[in-house]
Design a protein. Structure first.
Length: 188
């Protein structure tokens, strides 16, 4: 018997979302829908979507909502997500969070938790400097951090209002963060 769980993970660039998402997916045996990885893959393959999103990704801007909503819908219609999923990299705005809610209603699904990895801005910048990704140029990282605070923070209020928000101290060790997430998910 499967326990169906649907999660999103939120945090600034370098917050550890990818690391925690992979660990959670292994532990819960659910697929990861990594929007950033899927977009980078589409760009690398020069897929139609990749050509549309490339200018936004290269500048550190958010991809327009209609494009993202259509893309996320496609991901949620894949057969491997029938028994749950964890989404990393979406929603990025309160509008997208609301659209995701409507989309899930339309698909007969519900979000269980929005997990927020709370990390200081200075720590986000340090972590991004330490990893070596092509889109981690300091100016682009700073722009993504600024956009995160400007556009993404209202998502926290949205999920808090819906009683779906789990705030986790993202400054802890990987193991401590994973333990806290697991405890909060299982106790709710």
């Amino acid at each position: 018997m499967y326990i169906v769980v649907r999660l999103i993970i939120l945090g600034g660039p370098g917050a550890g979302k990818g690391t925690q998402a992979n660990l959670l997916c292994q532990n819960l045996q659910i697929p990861l829908i990594s929007i950033g990885d899927l977009l980078r893959e589409a760009i690398a393959n020069q897929a139609k979507l990749g050509q549309v999103v490339q200018p936004y990704v290269e500048k550190g801007d958010l991809v327009p909502d209609p494009t993202m909503i259509k893309f996320v819908r496609q991901q949620l219609l894949e057969s491997d997500v029938n028994y749950g999923w964890l989404m990393d990299g979406y929603p990025r705005t309160a509008f997208q969070a609301e659209e995701l809610h409507f989309l899930l209603d339309d698909l007969g699904q519900k979000l269980d938790w929005a997990i927020y990895l709370k990390v200081s801005e200075a720590e986000l910048m340090n972590r991004c400097k330490e990893r070596s990704r092509t889109d981690d140029d300091p100016e682009i990282v700073q722009r993504r951090i600024d956009l995160f605070y400007e556009r993404t923070i209202p998502i926290l209020e949205y999920y808090e209002y819906r009683q779906k928000l789990l705030t986790i101290n993202g400054d802890e060790t990987i193991t401590q963060i994973q333990k806290e997430i697991s405890e909060k998910i299982s106790s709710q």
